[in-house]
Design a binder for this molecule. Structure first.
Ligand code: ADP
Ligand code: ZN
Length: 517
């Protein structure tokens, strides 16, 4: 049987998508692989199809016990003998599966990582007595601290290559930036792996960021355009999911909450109702969504700023799996940034804190972007993208431009007076005439001290980021970048050149406030 025939016979599809075929061929050649594909891209077939073509057993490591049953049921319906072993089963059920495994009757076995290595079951030793053809590690980013969903039990998977040195391993994930990707490869000790990176572009998703001001009213206006559509609304705290769900219900919307603190029965009930379209809106923490395969989600809203781009991209990626136009709306405030900064600091792990803060910084940059959001997102995942997608809020709207020459001159002269040796925060403190004791006394004597007090900290951040993006200022040094002037900044200082800047966030917010009732 060819791979095409198997695709048709077992999965009912006529064509491979993305790089599925290349990945499957590689795996069938018993080579290790790492697969990056966006959510909904079709990762499962990359190991399920080799599983039916190989003689022996394919072991699938998956983090979520709750989803194993669905996956196994779907395979069984397609005539593929699959099973899972987990704590939800009684002894008899487990014994039956062990029997079938011994008889080589099962093609795919789903397991949680902790199960594989737990001392009482030592499942790994039993598996060694079987003919294992392939090991698939789903949601592989869970092994990395740098990913957005680190799960300590995934670290045990480092032992897989020791137990099964000659069995091909395929690691799959929908979210991994460069550093996470490298970490996955290091930790799993894959053997000369090939990386398959699919395009992450979700062309049917429209990205929009709005200032977090009157966000509930803004949300109602937004939902008004989405009557009867299914959507997910993410909140940072458990309490706010419940509050918002009930406020939406009182406005006549069909909405339920979902977070890790709810009892299992309630969670299952709400999730099921959402999947079956009996509930239209799920208001959730990020605990909701991994592995959820609902094709007609029309919108994803973030009421609060997410912690990093990867999480944001994965969460928004749950919209529009059916390919129809869908929306991603995020409410941004500088206050959320300050709040999340507190969470990003990991006690006793400076390296990790540093990376978390960097990621937080990246998403702030994304929120404050004056250039195409899609381009930024794709570049974040190392993909090239045109300057204008024609489909995000920035590309669709002309932000008001202002003459920013004086603002720029103030910033440049502060940077120059500080000898181009200080970071953005310090420069802004100086401009705003901050009483902050971190500000050195000699700097409080400078002429530039306080010349930018009329502009808020958040606005200064936006202006300086834009001046960086426009090439007047550059940053140097890691992890504490300092601001340096590029030669064209001197022309501006001398008055030879004028600077255009995008209207500040505060001004934009005031406009939003005006249109709100
Ligand atoms: P992921 O795990 O990457 O999020 P899935 O493996 O769940 O994605 O696949 C997403 C959807 O796309 C599923 O409904 C799946 O059946 C479908 N799909 C996968 N491969 C193909 C294909 N080659 N042709 C058509 N549909 C496919
Ligand atoms: Zn765009």
């Amino acid at each position: 049987m060819t791979t095409h025939q198997a695709l048709h016979k077992y999965f009912g599809y006529n064509e491979f998508r993305h790089e599925q075929e290349a990945i499957i061929t590689h795996v069938l050649n018993q080579q290790d692989a790492m697969v990056l594909m966006p959510t909904g891209g079709g990762k499962s077939i990359c190991y399920q199809l080799p599983a039916v073509m190989f003689d022996g057993l394919t072991v699938v490591i998956s983090p979520l016990i709750a989803l194993m049953k669905d996956q196994v049921d779907a395979l069984n319906i397609n005539g593929i003998n699959a099973a899972f072993l987990n704590s939800s089963q009684n002894d008899n059920e487990q014994r039956e599966i062990v029997k079938q495994l011994k008889a080589n009757q099962i093609k795919l076995l789903y397991l949680a990582p902790e199960r594989l290595f737990s001392s009482e079951s030592r499942l790994i030793d039993f598996l060694k007595t079987l003919k294992v053809s392939l090991i698939a590690i789903d949601e592989a980013h869970c092994i990395s601290h740098w990913g957005h969903d680190f799960r300590p039990e995934y670290l045990m998977l480092a032992g897989l290559k020791i137990s099964f040195p000659n069995i091909p391993v395929i690691a799959l994930t929908a979210t991994a930036d460069k550093i996470t990707r490298k970490d996955i490869l290091d930790k799993l000790k894959l053997n000369n792996p090939r990386e398959f990176v699919s395009s992450f572009d979700r062309k049917n998703i429209n990205y929009r960021i709005s200032p977090k001001k009157n966000s509930f009213n803004q949300l109602l206006t937004f939902l008004d355009e989405h009557k009867d559509d299914s959507g997910i609304i993410y909140c940072l705290s458990r309490q706010s999911t419940e509050n918002l769900a009930s406020e939406l219900r009182s406005q006549g919307y069909s909405a339920e909450a979902y977070h890790a603190g709810l009892d299992k029965a309630t969670k299952d009930k709400n999730q099921e109702a959402f999947l079956r379209d009996e509930v239209k809106i799920i208001v959730a923490t990020i605990a909701f969504g991994m592995g959820i395969n609902k094709s007609n989600v029309r919108f994803v809203v973030h009421m609060d700023m997410p912690k990093n781009i990867e999480g944001y991209y994965q969460e928004t990626g749950r919209a529009g799996r059916d390919g129809l136009p869908s929306k991603a709306l995020l409410f941004f405030s500088y206050g959320d940034f300050e709040k999340l900064k507190g969470f990003a600091k990991v006690e006793g792990n400076e390296e990790q804190s540093k990376i978390m803060l960097k990621k937080l910084d990246d998403i702030v940059t994304f929120c404050q972007l004056q250039t195409c959001r899609r381009q930024f997102l794709l570049r974040y995942f190392d993909e090239q993208a045109p300057d204008n997608c024609g489909q995000c809020d920035v590309c669709l709207s002309e932000y008001e431009k202002i003459d920013g020459t004086i603002i720029a001159q103030k910033a440049f002269s502060a940077i120059a007076r500080l000898g181009e040796s200080f970071g953005m925060g310090y420069v802004i403190d100086l401009l705003r005439g901050s009483k902050n004791e971190k500000l050195r006394d000699q700097h409080k004597q400078l002429k530039t001290y306080g010349i930018g007090a009329d502009i808020s900290k958040a606005d200064w951040q936006q202006y300086i980021r834009e001046l960086i993006a426009r090439g007047y200022i550059r940053t140097e040094g890691d992890p504490y970048p300092v601001l340096k002037l590029n030669p064209i900044a001197t022309d501006v200082l001398k008055g030879f050149q004028r600077v255009q800047l995008t209207q500040s966030q505060t001004l934009q917010q005031e406009q939003v406030a005006e249109v709100m009732p």
